[in-house]
Design a protein around this ligand. Structure first.
Ligand code: ADP
Length: 211
């Protein structure tokens, strides 16, 4: 796919001769579609890896959340959003795989940004919840109709998943989130009002309680 994209980009740059505007338009579509398939392949690989039970160490969910927040700061700003965080330092560690937990925050934050087309505030929290640590990502976006709030965690399920939909993505992000959280012994769910935003929650067992 990298080669396909590379050659199409060479064509677009005019390296094989001049192109009409229409030819350029079609080639740009080829580049976009190549990117979608690349994302699909890497998501399927992630999904497969997420099935394996991770080697667990003591991980600070606060630290992982901060890393994810730092990673998306530029995208947040570009989207005209602001990001608030409530990430206390003194929480006990969870039992987990740092890389996979980062992937959970990355996917939830990516969706929060993507589905909040009108700007506003995104909030990321981490808090003590007994034997678990609970994290949340809230957005002021388009929300999710109640009858689809379970289905969005299925592979490839997208609300209004028609070709005309204005949001990109392959529909695997939340399936990956669910598998990672569940192989850690936690749970993930959403609370949302259609048109008024969504809050995704997940829990991960504390290191001192993990089996
Ligand atoms: P993708 O974002 O690639 O479509 P996901 O598995 O991450 O796939 O999400 C599945 C679907 O759930 C999305 O297509 C969207 O319809 C809905 N969704 C996920 N997160 C949000 C959100 N924060 N706000 C509104 N809808 C959401």
């Amino acid at each position: 796919l990298t080669f396909v994209k590379g050659y199409v980009e060479l064509l677009l740059e005019g390296n094989a001769g001049p192109l009409t505007d229409e030819q350029k338009k079609y080639l740009r579509i080829v580049v976009e579609k190549t990117e979608v398939v690349t994302e699909l392949v890497s998501s399927i690989i992630f999904l497969q890896q997420a099935d394996r039970v991770p080697a667990k160490t003591a991980v600070s969910l606060t630290k992982v959340a901060r890393q994810a927040v730092r990673g998306c700061a530029a995208t947040v700003e570009k989207a005209g959003l602001t990001l608030l965080e409530h990430l206390p330092d003194n929480l006990p560690p969870v039992a987990g795989d740092e890389g996979r937990l980062l992937q959970v925050f990355d996917n939830l934050l990516g969706n929060a940004i993507k589905f909040s087309p009108d700007g506003g505030q995104i909030l990321v929290t981490v808090e003590d919840a007994g034997t678990m640590v609970r994290a949340s990502v809230s957005d002021p976006g388009i929300g999710i109709p109640e009858d689809q709030q379970e289905r969005i965690f299925e592979r490839f399920y997208q609300v209004n998943g028609s070709a005309k939909r204005r949001f990109s993505g392959v529909g695997l992000g939340l399936a990956i989130v669910k598998r990672i959280v569940e192989t850690h012994g936690g749970q993930v769910w959403v609370e949302s009002e259609h048109g008024k935003g969504s809050t995704f929650y997940f829990t991960i067992p504390k290191y001192e309680y993990h089996g």
